[in-house]
Design a binder for this molecule. Structure first.
Ligand code: B1M
Length: 221
C-alpha cells in the first residue's frame, strides 16, 4: 500500500492536482504513514520530476507554479503532524530562517523550518527574498543562535555570502552560527563564504543545527 500511495502522491504533483495531493496526505496519515516519509518518498520525487520536465522545456513556468501549489496543499496537511512532535520537547535553540534575496523558492525552506520546529527549535521564518540586513536585524531582535539561509538558484546562492557579511557587520558573528542549504549549495560553497555549516536536506539541517548549538555551548563554557 505505501508504494502505490507514494506513486500517487508523486503523480498528484506532476498533474498539478492540489485536491488529490491533500486527500492523499489525509488518507496516508490516517493509515499510519509517517509524515516525513509522505513528504520525502511521495511528494518530493514529484517536485523533482517537475524540475526535470521544466529543464527539458517540457513544462512551463505556470505549470511549475501549479505543481508548487499542489505541494503546498499536501504540506498544509502534513505540517501540523510534524510540528506536534516538537510540542513536547524542551527548547533546543532559536533559529532565524529565510530564502535569500532575489529568490522566491520556499518549499524546501518551509520543510526545514517545520522539522526544526518538530525537534524543539523556535523558528522565526522571514519568508522569501530576504536581504542580509533583514536577517541580521531579526537575529538581533530575537537573540538568535542560528541563522539559516536557503537558496535554490545558482544566481541567488551568491547572496548567502551577503548574509554572512551583514551578520559580521552587525557585530553578531561571534554569537550566531550560520547554516546554508538549497539544491545548488555545497559544503565547499559554505566554507568559501564563511558559513558554519551546510545541510543537503531538511533532516540533515536538524542534525547540523543540533551540532551548531553544541559547538556554541562548548565555546561559551
Ligand atoms: Co524554480 N527553479 N524557478 N520555481 N524550481 C528550480 C530551482 C530549477 C532547478 C528548475 C530547473 O530548471 N530544473 C531552476 C534553477 C536553475 C539554477 O539556477 N541552477 C529554477 C528556475 C530557473 C526558476 C526560475 C528562474 C524560472 C523562470 O522564471 N524562468 C524562477 C525563479 C524565481 C525566483 O526565485 N526569482 C523559478 C520559479 C519557481 C516557482 C515560483 C514556479 C516554483 C517555486 C514555488 C515556491 O517555492 N513557492 C519553482 C519550483 C517549484 C522549482 C522546482 C521544480 C522545485 C523546488 C522545490 O520546491 N523542491 C526546482 C527544481 C528542483 O529543485 N528539482 C526549481 C522541493 C523541495 C522540498 O526541495 O527546495 O531542494 P528543495 O529543498 C530541500 C534541500 O535543497 C534542502 O532541504 C530541502 C528539503 O529536503 N534545503 C535546505 C533547502 N533549503 C535549505 C536550507 C538549509 C538546509 C537545507 O539550511 C538553512
Amino acid at each position: 500500500m505505501p508504494g502505490d500511495t507514494f506513486l500517487a502522491m508523486r503523480q498528484s504533483i506532476v498533474d498539478r492536482a492540489p485536491d488529490t495531493a491533500s486527500t492523499l496526505a489525509q488518507e496516508a496519515l490516517a493509515a499510519g504513514v509517517a509524515p516525513l516519509d509522505a513528504i520525502n518518498d511521495g511528494y518530493v520525487p514529484g517536485m523533482q520530476a517537475v524540475g526535470e520536465q521544466f529543464a527539458k522545456g517540457q513544462m512551463f513556468l505556470p505549470d511549475m507554479m501549479a505543481s508548487a501549489e499542489a505541494m503546498r496543499a499536501a504540506m498544509a496537511v502534513v505540517d501540523p503532524e510534524l510540528k506536534k512532535l516538537g510540542a513536547e520537547r524542551t527548547m533546543a535553540g532559536v533559529v532565524v530562517l529565510g530564502t535569500t534575496k532575489g529568490d522566491i523558492h520556499e518549499i524546501g525552506k518551509v520543510l526545514v523550518g517545520t522539522l526544526l520546529t518538530a525537534h524543539g527549535f523556535r523558528v522565526h521564518d522571514l519568508g522569501v527574498d530576504v536581504s542580509g540586513e533583514k536577517f541580521a536585524e531579526k537575529a538581533r531582535e530575537v537573540n538568535a543562535d542560528i541563522v539559516g539561509v536557503s537558496a535554490l538558484l545558482t544566481t541567488t546562492m551568491r547572496n548567502q555570502k551577503d548574509v554572512v557579511q551583514a551578520i559580521e557587520k552587525a557585530g553578531l558573528r561571534s554569537q550566531i552560527r550560520i547554516m546554508v542549504g538549497g539544491a545548488p549549495v555545497t559544503r565547499r560553497w559554505a566554507e568559501e563564504i564563511g558559513a558554519d555549516g551546510y545541510a543537503k536536506d531538511a533532516m540533515s539541517a536538524v542534525t547540523l543545527a543540533q551540532e551548531l548549538i553544541q559547538q556554541k555551548l562548548q565555546t561559551m563554557s
